[in-house]
Write a protein that binds this ligand. Structure first.
Ligand code: C2E
Ligand code: MG
Ligand code: MG
Ligand code: MG
Length: 282
């Protein structure tokens, strides 16, 4: 703001900032209420094997329809849940729904996203174990997806956490690889069970040679560390083929299915019996 507007140029005060803060507070209140009333929904996105495009897993994704406003993106409400501590409850709700849904899909495994803040609660790992027991789900069928921030910010704690999860038999995937500042060093240090390559790296693989090279290098790196690779955000057949050629074992994206309700996933698994592909190549 300039001097002329009478507020002094060193302040960035702006009435719209108050409005924003107010709106954020209201959003937080509504989110809190939604969690209390168990109104956070969960959808499931298919993950297919690159070898035959058949579904082998799903990723659980949180959904929230805000009363009077319509659906709110997780890109909006997850950061709010993280900064307000609501993520602890929200995360456990999603995990519980996911584990109980998985009971209907004996041939699948499930991935659930976890925010770094959830590990601040020392009881978190135990709670995960309790939910698995309650749902009677084999721990090896659960993958927790985490982003690099946790491993960079608090490597010592992260290592302990990983060890505990691994001891329980739970798998850990590094999410959104290639979107941040990921370095080879911490990949080696942590030994994830799987790496998920971010959509940003996947986008150009079919038509930009540079992107294809970068993908090949990334997959080669992951493989040299014995970490299988999932590609996210696969939207075209050309991408799927390029990713498969590069050595990605699992693929996820709108080409194979958008995040869907439980019934739709059940239909996809039922039709596994007669072995049609989820995405039929022409
Ligand atoms: P993510 O874990 O990387 O999930 C993948 C996101 O990419 C999802 O967005 C999914 O709908 C979207 N996506 C999948 N395939 C395609 C595609 O082919 N094209 C495009 N354009 N997008 C695709 P969504 O559901 O909006 O979730 C966004 C992010 O919010 C997630 O990214 C994750 O970081 C976070 N999130 C969602 N649910 C949870 C949760 O229960 N707990 C936590 N901690 N985070 C969550
Ligand atoms: Mg994820
Ligand atoms: Mg991701
Ligand atoms: Mg993401």
């Amino acid at each position: 703001r300039s001097k002329e507007d009478g507020r002094g140029r060193w302040t960035f005060y702006d009435a719209s900032m108050d409005d924003e803060r107010e709106e954020r507070n209201l959003l937080e209140l509504d989110l809190r209420a939604a969690i209390d009333r168990e109104e956070i929904g969960v959808v499931y996105q298919p993950i297919v094997r690159a070898s035959d495009y058949r579904i082998c897993a799903v990723e659980a994704l949180a959904r929230w329809t805000r009363p009077g406003h319509g659906p709110v993106s997780p890109e909006v409400f997850i950061p709010i849940a993280e900064s307000t501590g609501l993520i602890d409850l929200l995360g456990l709700c999603v995990l519980r729904s996911a584990c109980f849904a998985l009971r209907q899909w004996p041939d699948l495994t499930i991935s659930v996203n976890v925010s770094p803040g959830q590990f601040r609660d020392p009881a978190f790992v135990g709670r995960v174990g309790d939910i698995l027991k309650e749902a009677e789900i084999e721990p090896s069928r659960l993958t927790l997806e985490m982003t690099e921030t946790y491993f960079i910010q608090n490597p010592a704690r992260a290592r302990q956490t990983l060890d505990m999860l691994r001891e329980m038999g739970i798998k850990v995937a590094l999410d959104d690889f290639g979107a941040g500042f990921s370095s080879v060093g911490y990949l080696r240090q942590f030994g994830f069970d799987r790496i998920k390559i971010d959509r940003a790296l996947v986008e150009g693989v079919a038509d930009r040679p540079r992107d294809a090279e970068l993908l090949h290098a990334t997959v080669a790196l992951a493989r040299s560390l014995d970490m299988p690779v999932t590609a996210e955000g696969v939207e075209t057949q050309a991408q799927a083929e390029a990713l498969k050629q590069a050595g990605c074992q699992l693929l996820q994206g709108y080409l194979f299915g958008k995040p869907s309700g439980q019934e739709q996933i059940t239909q996809m698994t039922v039709s596994l019996d007669d072995k049609p592909r989820l995405y039929a190549t022409k």
